[in-house]
Design a protein. Structure first.
Length: 68
């Protein structure tokens, strides 16, 4: 299983160095086997915790939506 880093504002992948520079605006995700991509979840970019869909809609630059 590997890890990737993603910008919360754009959803694009970023380098490890970029994630270190802006930890509140990026998330680190695990990828690989075992992900079914059947449900959409929302995470806070600053804490990495799950948030509700309404919270994600109010703060699109600080949250990540992903299918797991």
């Amino acid at each position: 299983m590997g890890t990737v880093r993603r910008s919360a504002s754009t959803g694009r992948f970023v380098s490890k160095a970029a994630a270190a520079r802006w930890p509140g605006k990026t998330t680190t995700e695990r990828v690989g086997s075992g992900t079914s991509n059947s449900a959409t979840v929302h995470r806070s970019a600053s804490s990495g915790r799950f948030v509700t869909e309404s919270t994600a809609n109010r703060n699109p630059g600080g949250t990540i939506s992903q299918r797991v």
